[in-house]
Design a protein around this ligand. Sequence first.
Ligand SMILES: [Zn+2]
Length: 72
Amino acid sequence: MRRKRAPFNDKRFIGNTNSNEVHDLDNEDRYGECNIPLIRDSHVKTFSPDTHAQAKREGFDNCAKCIGNSKH
Ligand SMILES: [Zn+2]
């Protein structure tokens, strides 16, 4: 589920700079296991362009719940 408020700004891909994981909010885990509400706003990173490829270029690991193929 995308969030309109800052710092999410309706973006699809959100990086957690604390865990170094990227989440796909269009495929957010329906049981809440992505724990998006627990990410501090100061740890929320958006991408430009708003793509998974850009998140990978910036060195983020996949969330195992909403993207899969996590390295951890
Ligand atoms: Zn996730």
